[in-house]
Design a protein around this ligand. Sequence first.
Ligand SMILES: Cc1cc2nc3c(=O)[nH]c(=O)nc-3n(C[C@H](O)[C@H](O)[C@H](O)COP(=O)(O)OP(=O)(O)OC[C@H]3O[C@@H](n4cnc5c(N)ncnc54)[C@H](O)[C@@H]3O)c2cc1C
Length: 264
Amino acid sequence: MNIAVCIKQVPSTESKIRPASDGKDIDRSGLSYVVNPYDEFGVEEALKIKEQLGEGTVTAISIGPEKVSDALRTCLAVGVDQAIHIQDDAIHGSDGFTIARILSAALQKENYDIIFFGRQAIDDDSGAIGVFVAELMGLPHAAGINKLEIHPEDRRAVAHRQIEGATEIVETPLPALFTCQKELNEPRYASLPGIMKAKQKPLTVWGLSDLGIDPATVGATQARITVDQITSPPVRTTGKIIEGNASEAVSELVSLLREEVKIV
Ligand SMILES: Cc1cc2nc3c(=O)[nH]c(=O)nc-3n(C[C@H](O)[C@H](O)[C@H](O)COP(=O)(O)OP(=O)(O)OC[C@H]3O[C@@H](n4cnc5c(N)ncnc54)[C@H](O)[C@@H]3O)c2cc1C
């Protein structure tokens, strides 16, 4: 099986996020970065499939600036065979649809049997890129899967999706694209030998010209959506403890809900 996993480098979940001074982006100074946690489920699933079948190649692909190579090296350290870093100054300012177009062009250069994405990137949270790519490539897809069975003998996959109050089981021929939800597996950590081996594994850098994409068709000027404003959530006010016995507390609570909160 030839498997691709698209990964995004995102600010670590422990980062303190603040809007940038222009209010159009987040302030990236002093942030530390990690592989998007949902994408780690894709990496783990790809490695498990390769191990179960005893053959295959797993490729991690990411678009982003120079530092994205750290995220790709992390993937190589946990067992991914090769990585592709798409880097080009013209990409800066691109919206999600353009990112999907670029990823589709990269994925089309190879015949992948399975393509994994995260369900969403935890920074921009669009939850859209995987589905955009499936549509652009004309591939069947299942979004937000939490279990996957691969049947190589008849090139088919069975995926489970958690929907409101039920599990939906879908079947698709391969090639297919899946976006990964958190119960799918338990991502492994990199071992010391894995980290050492990662340094020798191939990490290819492609620009837009390698993908046959005209730089004039990407970037901020071509974005179909623009970010108007990013603001911090309102500061939560402190809670109120209602004193007194139960009947006093209930009448005080009802009067607060009526007069202050105005919800009854
Ligand atoms: C007007 C505008 C300007 C922007 N400018 C920039 C910019 O200058 N620099 C910048 O970094 N971002 C920029 N962004 C954000 C960038 O377009 C988002 O990364 C993109 O929209 C993906 O959305 P998301 O991260 O919410 O992805 P989601 O749809 O939530 O991501 C789903 C999955 O797609 C995959 N994925 C997402 N992004 C990538 C990627 N880059 N490489 C590989 N796989 C990926 C991952 O598997 C991820 O789990 C901009 C967005 C807009 C709207």
